[in-house]
Write a protein that binds this ligand. Structure first.
Ligand SMILES: Nc1ncnc2c1ncn2[C@@H]1O[C@H](COP(=O)(O)OP(=O)(O)OP(=O)(O)O)[C@@H](O)[C@H]1O
Length: 315
């Protein structure tokens, strides 16, 4: 086991940022922390890496974080602002110089897709390129444990997927990764274990598929009804097919519809003379789990909803 934490607590004045969090992470696996803004993710990352005080027990590579060899850990803090008047390459070289044994800057720049921008000042790089430099800095000492607080925020979709592939390669070679993210698809794709943090507590921990099966709910078919349609009529026509129906803003949702039953729904709508403009069928995913568990604990906030919109509109 690379990381083990027992009953970690952190208070800031009256604010309980972490309310007794326990978790463990095996070698060569990815643990993804998700949760609403203010849930305690950054505080947990900082506690686990010994960069803030905490109560409880943390063991990182067999020692408390304050005593762990920094050569073995790569840390990307959420807010990290390196000197702006250095180029990407100079920054990688500079941070590499802090370690006894550092990787070649050329290889690190290649890993994070910055070969062509290697000689550009940090301040002249785009936000996403700057974040890539920061990820590169975390990789420079070839760490056994990589701790990344929102590594892909601001990185475009293609660059995000490049980073996923890089992390997959690293974990295949035995690197352990702990990361936080607001992108549910990222957690679902990368994580062996997801921890959902809400109000300072881990409310669910497990492999993404297990969490989806447990908390994701049923498949659902959403039918956008034509303006002229009486929603009550559409509900009555489709009620016998799924496990439940409801209508909101002219969208009829029928839960528990298997792919094979989609035709039955359409036949029932046609038979009842119910007209519709569009339909979509959805399987539950990690976002369904997130929404179920955070809405039931009242933790979803506007920033998280804005983030969902970004994901939905991202091509
Ligand atoms: N240095 C600090 N001083 C006082 N309160 C703090 C400090 N750092 C965090 N907090 C509080 O602790 C709680 C948890 O914050 P934290 O930054 O860990 O959340 P988070 O899950 O990382 O949020 P986000 O998704 O917005 O990054 C919040 O209520 C926050 O206001």
């Amino acid at each position: 086991m690379v990381l083990n934490a027992e009953n970690v607590r952190r208070e800031y004045g009256d604010t309980v940022a972490l309310d007794g969090v326990s978790l463990s992470v095996d070698r060569g696996t990815v643990f993804a922390l998700i949760g609403p803004n203010g849930a305690g993710k950054t505080t947990l990352i900082r506690s686990l890496t010994g960069t803030t005080e905490y109560e409880g027990t943390v063991e990182l590579l067999g020692a408390p974080p304050e005593q762990t060899d920094t050569q073995q850990i790569g840390l990307l803090p959420q807010s990290f602002a390196p000197p702006e008047r250095l180029t990407a390459r100079e920054l990688i070289e500079y941070y590499g110089g802090l370690y006894d044994d550092a990787r070649s800057p050329t290889a690190v720049l290649d890993d994070v897709g910055l070969t062509d921008a290697a000689d550009t000042w940090y301040e002249s790089l785009s936000g996403g390129q700057q974040r890539r430099v920061c990820v590169g800095i975390a990789l420079v000492n070839d760490p056994e444990l990589l701790v990344l607080d929102e590594p892909t925020t601001g990185i475009d979709p293609a660059g995000r997927r490049d980073l996923w592939r890089l992390l997959e390669r690293l974990t295949d070679d035995g690197t352990t990764v702990v990361l936080t993210t607001h992108y549910m698809e990222e957690a679902e794709y990368l994580a062996d274990t997801v921890g959902l943090l809400a109000d300072g507590s881990l409310v669910a921990t497990g492999p993404p598929q297990t969490l989806i099966e447990e908390y994701g709910g049923a498949n659902r078919l959403e039918v956008e009804l034509a303006k002229s349609v009486d929603p009550g009529e559409a509900e009555r026509a489709t009620e016998p097919i799924g496990t439940g129906v409801e209508t909101a803003d002219r969208t009829l949702t029928i839960r528990g519809v298997t792919p094979r039953a989609i035709g039955d729904v359409l036949d029932a709508l046609d038979d009842a003379g119910v007209d519709y403009d569009a339909l979509s069928w959805q399987q539950p995913d990690l976002e369904s789990v997130y929404l179920t568990l955070t809405e039931s604990s009242g933790s979803t906030d506007t920033a998280t909803r804005a983030n969902r919109m970004e994901e939905i509109t991202t091509p």
